[in-house]
Design a protein around this ligand. Structure first.
Ligand SMILES: NC(=O)c1ccc[n+]([C@@H]2O[C@H](COP(=O)([O-])OP(=O)(O)OC[C@H]3O[C@@H](n4cnc5c(N)ncnc54)[C@H](OP(=O)(O)O)[C@@H]3O)[C@@H](O)[C@H]2O)c1
Length: 451
């Protein structure tokens, strides 16, 4: 195990770091579906890494069940030990990072990947981490040829691809003005999340002020040109009659990640250059991005009942109020089930609970049937297009599906992706076959209504 980490030669297509975690073991299970040295799969060599080899071996056994665990190397690495991370990076084409909260453990992993020029994907849903990594490592990652993409999970690929899918339904001269996404989590049993996600959310709230300060210290990014006036603020609690839900604003990473992608697209209207694209790939990429129309974007969490919304608001208030002090955070993290009203558990959901859960994400787009009329003073959106992304449980099924499909794209279509840099997933994978791959793996994209 440890001894074999000396060689600087690339040995593994991917190394899954944090494979022993609750999400990590589901990522391993998903990876095993595509791991095949003898077939045409681009995933031929794989290793697991973390700080506890026996937990990693157990995770592998769990993930392979009912088959015997395959002979996959288990490597030791700790985020507090940078040389151990550099050893990993020197052996891998791509690191999949499942160690969170990312604000606590993520930076040394990004630093090691960038230093050694290896690619990096993670399942982070923490805006502050992503924004800080972009500022600190984008330039060096571009130089070194290290592609660093966070949020390759439920946070925030359904939002990124879902917005693009909706916006591409608006055929010129029609254009969207705003798209509101409504997330609905469903289950025949209970919707439950693991501590890792809960802790990341609590720490996000605790540091919300610092994030604002950080943003104020940065130059403003390019803003997309969106036809029509900015949307009105709207009520705190909304009754969305068309899809039959109540909804309240969700302070998730999604809208921030989508805005980063739209800013980068504004700066690079033809998409980002690939490291070694063919002229055919360039033409395909440019044709894709020319059909993506920016829109104001927001995300709401929804429930069929008003009571469900009051539960969500109550949990939001608990985390918002208690998350601000050290003692409050201690209480929140000591009693997750109490303060999240049962939505987060120290032991995470059972396999049955994971299997029974699913999500729907509706994208309600409002816009103009003919943008040319805007110059005549017709400022009110007159058209509506509703689209929907649906899939299995968000954290432990959808997230690994997305992460693995992004991985397979990096392994098989590297020429078509940027040489290096720190980017949100939409701008890196939007023009690839990611949506089609997700559809083939149980995540659907539909047009529901055109008005
Ligand atoms: N994008 C999404 O939609 C999405 C979905 C699910 C999860 N997530 C995120 O994924 C992260 C993990 O969540 P989780 O519920 O899986 O958490 P978890 O069960 O606590 O797993 C954390 C993992 O990190 C490892 N780890 C912790 N400290 C480490 C260190 N110093 N060096 C190396 N490894 C270390 C742990 O190793 P040990 O086993 O040795 O403790 C474990 O493997 C969270 O940030 C969560 O928000 C995002």
């Amino acid at each position: 195990m440890e001894g074999e980490e000396q060689s600087p030669k690339i040995i593994y297509d991917i190394i899954i770091l944090g494979a022993s975690g609750f999400t990590g073991k589901y990522v391993v299970r998903e990876a095993l579906k595509f791991f095949d040295a003898s077939s045409s799969s681009p995933l031929k060599t794989l290793a697991l890494a973390g700080r506890n080899p026996s937990k990693l071996a157990q995770a592998l056994e769990w993930a392979a069940h009912p088959n015997p665990p395959p002979a996959i190397p288990i490597l030791t690495a700790d985020t507090t030990d940078p040389p151990s991370l550099r050893r990993l990076c020197s052996q891998a084409r791509l690191i999949l990072n499942c160690v969170g909260p990312f604000r606590l453990y993520g930076e040394p992993v990004v630093a090691a990947c960038v230093e050694s020029g290896c690619d990096y994907l993670d399942i982070c849903g923490e805006p502050e981490f992503m924004e800080r990594m972009e500022v600190a490592y984008h330039e060096k990652a571009s130089e070194k040829g290290s592609l660093v993409v966070s949020a390759c999970g439920f946070d925030s690929v359904p939002a990124e691809l879902g917005l693009m899918f909706n916006s591409r339904q608006w055929v010129s001269p029609a254009a969207p003005n705003r798209v509101e996404a409504y997330v609905s989590l469903e289950s025949e049993k209970r919707v439950v999340g693991n501590m890792g996600t809960y802790e990341s959310a609590v720490l996000g709230v605790a540091n919300a002020g610092k994030l604002q300060e950080f943003r104020r210290s940065r130059p403003r990014r390019a803003r997309p040109v969106i036809p029509g006036p900015p949307p009105p603020k709207g009520p705190t609690i909304e009754h969305q009659k068309q899809i039959g839900v109540w909804a309240v604003k969700l302070p998730s990473a999604d809208s921030i990640v989508v805005r980063r992608t739209l800013s980068i697209l504004t700066e690079n209207p033809r998409g980002l250059p690939g490291v070694n694209e063919s002229s055919e790939q360039i033409a395909k990429k440019e044709a894709f991005w020319s059909t993506v129309k920016p829109a104001h974007f927001g995300v709401k969490i929804s429930s069929k009942s008003l009571l469900g919304i009051f539960r969500i608001i109550t949990v939001g208030i608990f985390i918002g109020v208690f998350g601000k002090t050290a003692f409050g955070r201690w209480l929140l993290l000591k009693f997750p089930s109490v303060f999240s009203l049962g939505w987060f558990r120290k032991k995470g959901p059972s396999e049955d609970e994971v299997r029974s859960a699913s999500f729907k994400m509706w994208f309600v787009g409002h816009g103009f049937s003919d943008c040319r009329l805007l110059s005549e003073g017709n400022m009110k959106p007159d058209s509506e297009i509703i689209t929907r992304v649906m899939g299995p449980e968000i954290g432990y099924l959808t997230t690994p599906i997305i992460l693995l499909q992004c991985t397979l794209i990096v392994l098989s279509q590297r020429d078509n992706l940027p040489k290096g840099g720190v980017f949100p997933p939409g701008i890196v994978f939007g023009h690839t076959d990611l949506q089609q791959r997700l559809q083939e793996n149980g995540i659907s994209f539909d047009v529901v209504l055109r008005n």
